[in-house]
Design a protein around this ligand. Structure first.
Ligand code: ATP
Ligand code: MG
Length: 138
């Protein structure tokens, strides 16, 4: 099934000039970039994005981290895009991420883990719409 999913290059990835490297890996895998932008999240926008985690102990730190610098949200399109992008990212904690994944290669720790990816069709729909209008996705 052709899916769309949301990726984000988090502040630690943008700060280290990893936008090109991440997009290269996505395109190399046969997936397509259908939208992209760069922006700085304010507290409210970061809290809204991570609302599902608001009861978690790491929520406050996560929001603070996500507002430290620009982020690069992008839409990925292709067959099974949601699972394939998560495979390219690797496990949430880079210590557990498989060799050759983005998090294994670049992430500092479980919080500063360089990239985000939607985890299911419903969250992908919400997250894509959180950053992009329909007409901005090609
Ligand atoms: P993402 O949603 O960013 O793609 P994920 O789905 O692998 O990552 P989630 O469980 O949704 O992981 O957590 C969202 C984000 O919250 C993680 O990517 C990470 O930045 C942060 N996070 C998750 N667990 C922890 C933790 N135990 N301590 C600190 N930060 C955490
Ligand atoms: Mg998640």
């Amino acid at each position: 099934m052709i899916e769309r999913t949301l990726g984000i290059i988090k502040p630690d990835g943008v700060a280290r000039n990893l936008i090109g490297e991440v997009l290269r890996r996505v395109e190399q895998s046969g997936l397509r970039i259908a939208a992209a932008r760069i922006l700085k999240l304010d507290k409210a926008k970061a809290e809204g994005f991570y609302a599902v985690h608001k009861e978690r102990p790491f929520f406050k730190d996560l929001v603070a981290y996500m507002t430290t610098g620009p982020v690069f949200p992008f839409v990925i399109e292709g067959e099974n895009a949601i699972a394939r992008w998560r495979e390219l990212m690797g496990a949430t904690n880079p210590a557990n991420a498989a060799p050759g994944t983005i998090r294994k290669d670049f992430a500092a720790n479980i919080e500063r883990n360089t990239v985000h990816g939607s985890d299911a069709p419903e969250t992908a729909k919400f997250e894509v719409a959180y950053f992009f209008k329909q007409e901005e996705i090609c």
